[in-house]
Design a protein around this ligand. Structure first.
Ligand code: BMA
Length: 353
């Protein structure tokens, strides 16, 4: 569907990394042009596990509901910095690598986040009591060396993910996410905008220039924001960011999802179009999807007419029974999800192949 706000006449944007791989350029171009056709649907960890199953080749809760895999697969690297063999949700990194290879070979888009541990306390990414963690990464040589070594491990894993020609598979990389929230050690109550921007620039230049990784599309993403000023307050600059995103979950008690999404995603579209950068609803969902009509009743309206590249709902946990954001066969919203997936607005993998 051609979107009202999508700047269809704008020239295709170029990645900031002047040494970007050909496949990264091709993916960026694909993401940009597909936004004129519709919003790709994404699901975190979709092929790895789902509601009451784990690691069954070819299985996907989304596919079992609507017949197609998602167009976007989300992956999470937390744990790679500690040399763990499993990520923080139990996904073996080797299996993740194969999953990314499979998704790419099918024509899907892969996006990667990282809940990186706290480099000062060695606690997890939610260890966010201290307001000096980012400051210490920037100013304390030994802490910075640890952060750098963690980035090196991240880069080593990402550059081990190759296609059949031996080229690195291009990925949307979304580090230091939800920066307008306070959940992580890099959040808005844990560091100043200036410190966040410095950390972002350090992270990008380390991966790109020091590690020589040229297959990444860098996405800047906030949590819920009040307005454009809030969204942009930690923005490191156009030359450091290739895509824009907002993570915003439907938590009924906190805010009105439909009107809040309308407001935030319209703002995101304005910023993306002004800067000629593709943009996405980078994480969303209603935990446990108790509303049988949530997909067409709440999400579809939120994503229509904005020119979004994709919307990604979070994982269907294989361990926590009520922790799921996608559909699965037999869930109360299964029929509604089918309708959502079949709508003109939504692009599943079958629609983009
Ligand atoms: C959170 C939850 C956690 C998970 C984390 C990283 O939102 O799903 O269970 O560990 O994301 O994937």
């Amino acid at each position: 569907m051609a979107s009202v706000l999508c700047s269809c006449t704008a020239s295709e944007p170029a990645l900031n990394d002047t040494n970007s791989s050909e496949s990264a350029k091709a993916l960026y171009s694909k993401i940009f042009t597909l936004a004129e056709r519709g919003v790709m649907f994404g699901h975190q960890d979709d092929m790895m596990y789902g509601h009451a199953w784990s690691y069954e080749e070819g299985r996907s809760d989304v596919k079992e509901c609507c017949g197609s895999y998602p167009a976007v697969f989300g992956w999470e690297l937390g744990g790679i910095e500690l040399d763990d063999t499993l990520n923080l949700d139990g996904v073996p990194f080797g299996t993740m690598r194969e999953g990314i290879r499979k998704a790419y070979s099918m024509g899907a888009v892969n996006t990667v986040s990282i809940h990186m541990s706290n480099p000062v306390t060695l606690g997890n990414s939610w260890d966010s009591k201290s307001k000096t963690t980012v400051e210490q990464v920037l100013s304390d040589e030994s802490i910075r060396a640890r952060y750098a070594s963690w980035l090196s491990k991240t880069a080593a894993f990402l550059s081990s993910i190759k296609d059949d020609n031996g080229d690195n598979i291009p990925l949307i990389f979304r580090p230091l996410h939800e920066n307008s929230g306070g959940a992580f050690w890099w959040g808005c109550i844990q560091c100043t905008p200036e410190q966040y921007k410095q950390l972002w620039k350090y992270t990008v230049s380390y991966l790109r220039d020091t590690c020589g990784l040229h297959s990444l599309i860098y996405m800047y993403s906030t949590d819920v924001v009040k307005d454009e000023e809030d969204f942009m307050s930690r923005y490191p600059g156009d030359e450091w960011v290739d895509m824009l995103g907002i993570d915003a979950y439907h938590r009924q008690q906190d805010w009105d999802y439909e009107s809040g999404c309308e407001r935030m995603l319209t703002m995101l579209a304005k910023v993306g179009n002004e800067r000629n950068k593709p943009y996405a609803f980078s994480e969303t969902g209603l935990e446990g999807v108790p509303d049988a009509k949530w997909w067409t009743g709440s999400l579809l309206g939120a994503i229509q007419g904005k020119g979004l590249s994709y919307v990604l709902v979070w994982r269907n946990s294989n361990m926590m029974e009520d922790h799921y954001f996608g559909p699965f066969k037999g869930c109360v919203s299964e029929e509604d999800f089918k309708e959502f997936a079949a709508s003109d607005t939504v692009l599943m993998l079958d629609d983009i192949q």
